[in-house]
Design a protein around this ligand. Structure first.
Ligand code: RUG
Length: 803
């Protein structure tokens, strides 16, 4: 299509005029973005077709990653970088008087996910393609992604997100590959030639139409596929109100559930789950049959991974196909299913473990229910053989109990691999949360510590640091991120450290400008940028952070000799719309910000910023500018965290608890390059089990605590006296479930240590350097290589590169 700048410009101009019907001079930024995006998508289409063909001919085993969320963000620049044409394109555009950044800003984030789980899926896709691994994503093409957050008078307000309003250049609609997904109706059972036959009749069909997006690997010809399913009406049933049927059908792919950890318990959610699973598996099976005919060796060629329990119906759906359509015996079908499916658990929070009442499940998915029931009966029978008479244990482990279906139990029983997402998390699964299952299936359990793609989170988002690293240690680290360790050699190199300092300063200036544009707040770029960005949840303890800020403010007000290095505390967080408590915390942060930022008497020593609508594209500006990364969840609660890795890779130092992957970050950077505080997971879990914590005692014995807690309700925040009662109550009346007060003193102390450390600039930069140098382990390339080898048994397809 183009191989140099001249050709690019010619093609771009010609395409712009042809597709928009306007001259270049008349064209808008959107016209330019659409033209460029379409050009790039077409640019990769040959490799896309060839990748499919190569996999087919070589009969490579392929993995399908089923996820209810893919938090992709923007794709234009990322694809340009992976194709290594970003320079040609940006220079070519510049000669036409266009700045690539401006075109990039036209692209709306594809926000088909809530947070860590969805972003992990997106990072995995990038690593799969970049490692030439045959792995594809299957998800839902939500019409509205994660809601847009506005902050109005300090409160979160949600607006529907509209990423498809102007179309999406990266997708290709493939209506001819649609799949019909049945709901409701009933199952007719008959016997034919000694075989039970199950027919799902009177079902209401929803058409799943695939939209495929190319997933472009870095410096490789591999282009994998992300297939997103859109729900559309089937040929209209004659006996239904047409408009109502249309609405009901389309609602299946209308909204992403704005929920990170709570089970909404809605029929629609279950419909979405089966819709995703059924469409994906039927389409996988359809192309498999075309190539191989029979399904008896399915598991030798196909691996299906379920990202959390949301797609767990993959297990009964595959069983259904193998038994009802392929006419295999139960045992044969079970063998294939078990060896095909693998499962990742992302949380131990009880409220996030999905359960479905039979009264909802059975009528909606009658045949699937029968199969789940059978799986449960067989499983319980096995348990009875293992633990004769131990009814309690069997009841606890059953897939169906008390009129509910426990999705995690189904996943544990029906998959050959169960992994946690960080070492601590996996240990907690094995020793506590899933102890009984670990006893029965020890061989299934394994750990795969999460990772992030360094291509987006370093190369794309921090180009200056990337250049500095390349100048220092060459380019090999891009393909082998563990080679970032070579940076350690620059620890005593003051020129290098100074360049690091200047880059951080520039990145802080860029973020400061964004803050000013968005909020009007002017921040001091020589202050410490201390940042907490993630979903708002009680266990993530944004509350601890903001109470500490109140404490600092109190100190500055009370004691004129109190000396602290100026700090800018930055927050970004969306709260699930129905999560009352989380929304109160947002209001509290904004209320503190208002008070502190407008108090001239503290001489700008403290600033508090809440950046609204935290999302992938904003995150790309935030991580490179951070000095301090707040990873302060109640130990044992954060399965892994991935923001912690993005901060570290950009040279921020972690203030964190020994939770999730923080522990592995500490293990790699060493105690001297991280700030650890607070209770350990064992201690927290023991408190939960045996009691012994009384938050009131901490309140009474520590006047710093008493002061900030009282300020929540004593009129300190004028005009909003009643606003924070729920927070006050959670800390004192409900005994502070997340140990905010218990960890408060230790948090104050570690923040003092941060203050002292920052004053020694050389030392700080060395610590920062060590974090970057040790971050290679947290590339999702490492994670995906482990999944590929230890779970999926897939191999790279050729090692061709374009350069
Ligand atoms: O809360 C977890 C994070 O700790 C983790 O890093 C991320 C990716 O593994 O998944 C998050 N998560 C868990 N998101 N949703 C859930 C529960 O469904």
């Amino acid at each position: 299509m183009f191989s140099n700048k001249m050709e690019f410009k010619e093609t771009f101009l010609r395409r712009l005029e042809m597709t928009c019907g306007k001259s270049f001079a008349e064209s808008t930024k959107r016209d330019q973005y659409d033209t460029l995006g379409n050009m790039i998508r077409e640019y990769v289409s040959l490799n896309w077709i060839e990748t499919k063909e190569k996999n087919r001919v070589a009969k490579n085993k392929q993995v399908y990653y089923l996820s209810i969320e893919f938090l992709l963000g923007r794709l234009l620049r990322h694809n340009l970088i992976n194709l290594k044409i970003d320079q040609v394109v940006s220079e070519g555009l510049a000669e036409l008087g266009i700045h690539l950044d401006e075109i990039e800003d036209v692209e709306v984030d594809a926000a088909l996910g809530n947070g860590g789980l969805g972003r992990l899926a997106a990072c995995f896709l990038d690593s799969l393609a970049s490692l030439n691994l045959p792995g594809h994503g299957c998800g839902i093409r939500y019409k509205h992604g994660l809601f847009e957050q506005k902050i109005v008078d300090g409160y979160q307000v949600e607006l529907p997100e509209q990423w498809l309003r102007h179309g999406h250049v990266w997708e290709v609609r493939k209506a001819d590959l649609s799949i019909e997904v049945p709901f409701w109706g009933k199952v007719e059972v008959s016997e034919e030639n000694g075989r039970m036959i199950f027919r799902h009749v009177n079902a209401e069909m929803i058409t799943a139409v695939p939209y495929d997006m190319p997933v472009v690997g870095y410096e490789t010809e591999t282009v994998n596929t992300l297939r997103l399913w859109n729900a559309e009406p089937s040929p209209y049933p004659i006996n239904r109100d047409i408009m109502q049927y249309k609405r009901e059908t389309e609602s299946v792919s209308e909204f992403l559930y704005p929920d990170d950890t709570h089970d909404e318990g809605k029929i629609l959610r279950l419909k979405q789950q089966y819709f995703l699973v059924s469409a994906s598996i039927r389409s996988i099976v359809r192309s498999y049959r075309k190539q191989y005919g029979s399904l008896v060796d399915f598991h030798q060629h196909i691996s299906i991974h379920i990202n959390d329990t949301h797609p767990v119906l993959a297990i009964p759906e595959l069983m259904r196909i193998l038994i009802d359509e392929e006419q295999l015996s139960w045992d044969e079908a079970w063998h294939i299913t078990l060896n095909t499916i693998s499962y990742t658990n992302h949380t131990t929070l009880a409220e996030a473990l999905e359960k479905w009442p039979i009264r909802i499940f059975q009528p909606l998915l009658p045949r699937i229910y029968m199969i789940v029931n059978e799986i449960n009966e067989r499983f319980c029978k096995n348990l009875w053989d293992l633990y004769p008479g131990d009814w309690n244990r069997i009841e606890e482990m059953a897939i169906i109990a008390h009129d509910q279906i426990k999705m995690a139990h189904l996943a544990l029983v029906g998959s050959h691999s169960v992994n946690g997402v960080a070492e601590l998390h996996t240990e907690i699964l094995k020793k506590r949360e899933m102890k009984n299952f670990y006893e029965v299936y020890p061989e299934k359990f394994n750990n795969k510590t999460n990772g992030i793609t360094h291509r987006r989170w370093l190369i794309k988002s921090n180009p200056k640091l990337t250049d500095l690293i390349c100048d220092a240690i060459g380019n090999d680290w891009i393909h082998k991120p563990e080679l970032l360790e070579k940076l350690e050699a620059f620890k005593e190199d003051s020129v290098f450290l100074n360049q690091m300092f200047l880059i951080k300063k520039l990145n802080k200036e860029l973020l400061a400008k964004r803050i000013q544009d968005q909020t009007g707040i002017v921040v001091d770029t020589s202050s410490i940028f201390d940042i907490q960005v993630k979903r708002l949840h009680a266990y993530k303890r944004q509350l601890l952070n903001i109470l500490h800020i109140m404490h600092l403010y109190n100190r500055l007000k009370e004691d004129s000799s109190f000396n602290m290095y100026p700090r800018t505390f930055i927050f970004g967080a969306k709260a699930s719309p129905g999560y009352y408590y989380a929304k109160k915390i947002i209001k509290l942060i904004n209320t503190v910000a208002e008070k502190v930022n407008n108090d001239a008497s503290i001489n700008g020593k403290l600033k508090v910023v809440f950046l609204e609508n935290y999302r992938v594209s904003l995150a790309e500006d935030i991580f490179p500018a951070a000095d301090v990364s707040e990873q302060i969840s109640t130990a044992s609660k954060e399965a892994s965290g991935t923001g912690n890795m993005k901060f570290m890779m950009n040279g921020a130092l972690t203030v964190g608890t020994l939770d999730g992957a923080n522990i592995e970050i500490k293990d790699r950077v060493g105690d001297e390059n991280i700030f650890i505080f607070g209770l350990k997971a064992e201690e927290v879990l023991n408190y939960y089990q045996h009691g012994g914590y009384r938050s009131m005692e901490y309140y009474h014995h520590d006047k710093r605590i008493r002061k900030v807690v009282d300020q929540l309700t004593n009129g300190f925040f004028e005009g909003v006296e009643d606003e924070f009662e729920a927070i006050y109550d959670s800390l004192l009346m409900q005994n502070d479930h997340y140990f905010v007060l218990r960890d408060f003193a230790s948090y104050i102390q570690i923040q003092r240590d941060v203050d002292t450390a920052y004053k020694n600039q050389q030392k700080w930069l060395q610590m920062s350097l060590m974090n970057i140098a040790k971050s290679g382990y947290f590339s999702s390339d490492r994670t995906i290589e482990q999944y590929a080898k230890e779970i999926w048994s897939i191999k790279p397809v050729g090692q061709f590169t374009t350069s």
